[in-house]
Ligand binder design. Structure first.
Ligand code: ZN
Length: 196
């Protein structure tokens, strides 16, 4: 599995939608690190986020569904961070993920235990269920009290999203902050260097 060397951006541990959005990131060297770059890695990502049981195996088609949702999620998060209208297409994709499968736990009868509610997670719908949970988290975050804190890391080329821990926070990590300060210091040095 491709390891992203950065610590998680603020809010990622609490929000599945940020975890998915940040599962692809531009590294300082300019190469992309994608945690969902193969069906096997996409499966491992779902398992590590408690969205699929151990032993699950995803098909390439399911991987593609997940990366499509990620793309649309990134667009909507970006528009929220920028304070502009989201595209209808991206919103539609999130809404399809929200409604593709019933999310309610079903009522079942067990001869020993009697009536009980059981989440219905047939393997064929596993990815749909995972996407529904991610979309639900996105809808809650985007309309909740932290929505105004959604931001894009300001330290190019990093393009991770975060929930700002304080109003002036600009970077997703110490490392991004340090890189940005170093870049600025370097730019100042160039400005002050005698022209020649
Ligand atoms: Zn960053």
């Amino acid at each position: 599995m491709t390891k992203v060397a950065l610590p998680p951006a603020p809010g990622t541990a609490e929000h599945l939608c940020l975890a998915l959005a940040n599962s692809i990131v531009m590294l300082p060297g300019g190469q992309r690190a994608d945690e969902l770059n193969t069906p096997g890695n996409a499966t491992a990502w779902l398992i590590s986020h408690d969205l699929a049981p151990e032993g699950t195996g995803l098909l390439a088609y399911c991987q593609l569904q997940l990366t499509d949702l990620r793309e649309n999620l990134r667009r909507v998060l970006e528009s929220r961070a920028e304070g502009v209208s989201p595209s209808a297409g991206a919103l539609g994709a999130i809404n399809r993920a929200l409604t593709a499968v019933p999310s309610a736990a079903l009522l079942q009868y067990d001869p020993d235990e009697g009536l009980l509610r059981v989440p219905s997670h047939p393997t064929t719908q596993l990815v749909d269920h995972a996407m529904a949970q991610i979309a639900e988290d996105a809808a809650a975050l985007l309309t909740g009290p932290d929505a105004h804190r959604i931001a894009h890391c300001a330290s190019a080329p990093c393009d991770r999203f975060m929930v700002r821990t304080h109003a002036r926070r600009q970077w997703c990590s110490e490392r991004c902050g340090a890189r940005q300060r170093a870049n600025r210091a370097y730019a100042r040095k160039l400005d002050n260097a005698p022209a020649g």
